[in-house]
Design a protein around this ligand. Structure first.
Ligand code: GUN
Ligand code: ZN
Length: 648
């Protein structure tokens, strides 16, 4: 099995590293399709790496096998010698030729053996290409033949093996194929989708990948066959695609087309030199039409590859920043079909649930669909649960920045002395005022109301007339309700995060909240002189070691816990990261980015850890970190950024 290591993530999208005999592949990345005959390849692979930073390529073992001359050369010099490249090389098997020409003239064992003999870094099983137009029987037969061949290939190969996932448009078959591929494959390659990509059928593509998605092992590296248009990279990354392969840079160049993240452009329509990249500095786009055909084709192929590499780097940056949804939404404006694809993907909320992070640094709206992201789905579920658990009617205020000036004015009781909650209208609907700083509603409000010029924006009004009107009675001007609201906010945050019983318990201990002097936001929850929780920009309480000791007490069972194998426990207790292979079990309610209790098998608290992996990934990924320790007995808390201080 592979040793893929996940380093950073945004939902299903992962920054990762795969080790091959010819070096590491940093994902997500594009594997440019290289022709096995150097004479037919417009840009040498060495140049692709040096100039465009794309460090791994894919080539066709089938084309090499079918040409006696290339076959001889491949067998004597290896695939790396054949194409003139010393980095990681993946080889494809010939199923694409079955799609293109209706037949393949090699057997599955023979082509796998050939790939082994030419020293490929990642070999691909010869799958049966299932067309999107196939009927269920045909598609099922294709899936089963592919799975059979994959099992046989696994026995015949020690190195990395890519196993295609077929199934055409049938969700049950995509799921079955993904399950079978996950049992034997290092790379899980979603196939049979080239016609969907070529015909811009992105909604069908989204449904096909979404159907396979829950059955793809987290340890597998996910490949999407034939995605080469840079406008699709962010879309693919949302679904967790780690590897893209493409001859699009060359194919489009042959037809005089420029690939851009915003779509495709015909070279003859380019009248202005709007690109000032290094390539265009030497040879402006407006001069390309004057070149001889072959020169122009090569210049366009270079440009297309450069743009593709740049977009892939942008996708990686967005994963690190937690802004991949924003990027994908912006890219979806490239074509209505891509927007339809993104919408289809948002209909499959279950696909995203397990890996949806606890929070992100920001939440920026890009269009009318921006509030249909998984983060909002989850928030709504949690809020509904919280509100269902009781409380009386909640009147609405206009706007409530949680600053002392306003909190002082809002009476928490009605004229009969009964508790009175207040709701704040937000773009996500009415939200209890105690929760309006939590992700995602907090960042949405600060973008909407307090973005540029946020200090001025803080003047958003709640005045005593509003309260008077809503209550139908005068507000006693001589009362200051701030500390009561702070108490309630603490309680509701704990209920939101740890449930009603924990919040109730805390209420009896006389704990309090402390506000930031600068931003007035709640920044910690204390009991006596001890800080139990710190509250960062995302508005979510995160336990210190003392806070974790309290959670262990009040929440028995598996809640909030990641159980660490005995061997690793002493290291975690000293603050070393928890590695995936040392996780025994984890509360399935936890999410990447959650602050969890790291305990030993006897339920003794070792540390507090910020999770990188989702519970279902822990132990399955054999390499890398599952959680980073943020607090342990000898370093009871880590500094947390001042709430409201972060800008992105
Ligand atoms: N290239 C493009 N699509 C496919 C596919 O479905 N299988 C394989 N092996 N290669 C492809
Ligand atoms: Zn350019």
């Amino acid at each position: 099995m592979n040793d893929f290591e996940l380093l950073e993530r945004d939902g299903l999208a992962r920054i990762g590293r795969l080790t091959t005999p010819h070096g590491t592949v940093d994902t997500p990345t594009l594997l440019p399709v290289v022709h096995p005959d150097p004479v037919r390849q417009p840009i040498p692979p060495i140049e692709i790496r040096r100039r465009f930073g794309l460090g791994a390529v894919i080539t066709s073992s089938y084309i090499a096998f079918r040409s006696p001359e290339l076959r001889e050369r491949a067998l004597s010099a290896g695939v790396h010698g054949l194409i003139g490249f010393d980095g990681p090389v993946m080889t494809d098997s010939g199923a694409f030729q079955q799609h293109a020409y209706g037949r393949v003239e090699v057997g599955p064992d023979e082509i796998l053996d050939f790939q082994n003999r030419i020293g490929t870094d990642i070999a691909t099983v010869l799958d049966v290409f299932v067309e999107p137009s196939a009927d269920h029987d045909e598609a099922a037969a294709g899936v089963r033949a592919t799975s059979e061949r994959a099992r046989s290939a696994r026995r015949a190969r020690e190195g990395l093996l890519a196993v295609p996932v077929q199934g055409g448009p049938f969700e049950d078959l995509r799921a079955e194929s993904a399950t079978d591929a996950s049992a034997v494959g290092d790379v899980l390659a979603i196939g049979g989708v080239v016609p969907l990509l070529e015909q811009y059928r992105f909604a069908e593509l989204a449904r096909a990948v979404a159907a396979a998605r829950p059955c793809l092992s987290p340890a597998g590296v996910v490949h999407l066959f034939g995605t080469g248009h840079p406008m699709t990279f962010a879309f693919g990354a949302l679904l967790g695609v780690d590897l893209y392969d493409s001859s699009a840079y060359h194919k489009f160049a042959r037809r005089g087309r420029l690939l851009l993240p915003e779509g495709t452009r015909a070279l003859e329509q380019v009248r202005e030199d709007w690109c000032r990249c290094a390539l265009c500095h030497d040879l402006p786009l407006s001069e390309l039409p004057r070149l001889a055909d072959q020169e122009r084709e090569i210049a366009l192929a270079r440009h297309n590859l450069l743009v593709s590499a740049e977009e892939m780097a942008r996708v990686r940056q967005a994963i690190r920043d937690g802004t991949l949804w924003e990027l994908a939404e912006r890219r979806a404006t490239a074509h209505p079909a891509l927007l339809a694809g993104l919408r289809a993907l948002k209909d499959h909320r279950e696909v995203f649930r397990a890996t949806e992070p606890e929070s992100r640094r920001t939440y920026r709206e890009t269009g009318i669909d921006s509030f249909r992201r998984p983060a909002v789905d989850r928030w709504r579920d949690r809020l509904a649960r919280l509100l269902a658990s009781g409380g009386g009617p909640r009147p609405m205020v206009r706007r409530v920045p949680l600053v002392p000036e306003y909190l002082a004015l809002i009476p928490p009781y009605n004229e009969n002395g009964a508790p009175l909650g207040w709701m704040c209208p937000t773009p996500l609907g009415p939200v209890p005022i105690e929760l309006i700083e939590t992700y995602p509603v907090g960042p949405i409000l600060s973008e909407a109301e307090f973005g540029p010029g946020r200090e001025a924006g803080r003047g958003a009004v709640l005045v005593s007339e509003d309260v008077t009107q809503a209550l139908g009675t005068e507000v006693p001007a001589d009362r200051d309700w701030e500390s009561e609201w702070t108490r309630r906010q603490v309680r509701m945050l704990l209920e939101y995060r740890y449930g009603a019983a924990a919040a109730q318990n805390f209420g009896t201990t006389g704990g309090t909240g402390e506000r930031s002097k600068r931003t007035h936001r709640l920044r910690s929850i204390r009991q006596d002189e001890r800080v139990l929780f710190q509250i960062g920009n995302d508005g979510i309480p995160r336990p210190t070691f003392a806070g974790a000791e309290w959670v262990v007490e009040v929440l028995p069972g598996a809640h909030e816990r990641v159980v660490v194998e005995t061997d690793a426990a002493p290291f975690v207790a000293e603050g070393r990261s928890l590695f995936s292979r040392f996780v025994r079990s984890a509360d399935p309610e936890l999410a990447p980015g959650s602050s969890a209790l790291l305990v030993d098998p006897q339920d003794r608290l070792l540390a507090v850890g910020r999770l990188l992996l989702a519970p279902g990934e822990m132990g399955v990924l054999r390499r890398g970190v599952a959680a980073r320790v943020t607090a342990h007995r000898h370093a009871p808390s880590e500094p947390i950024e001042e709430p409201g201080a972060d800008e992105l």
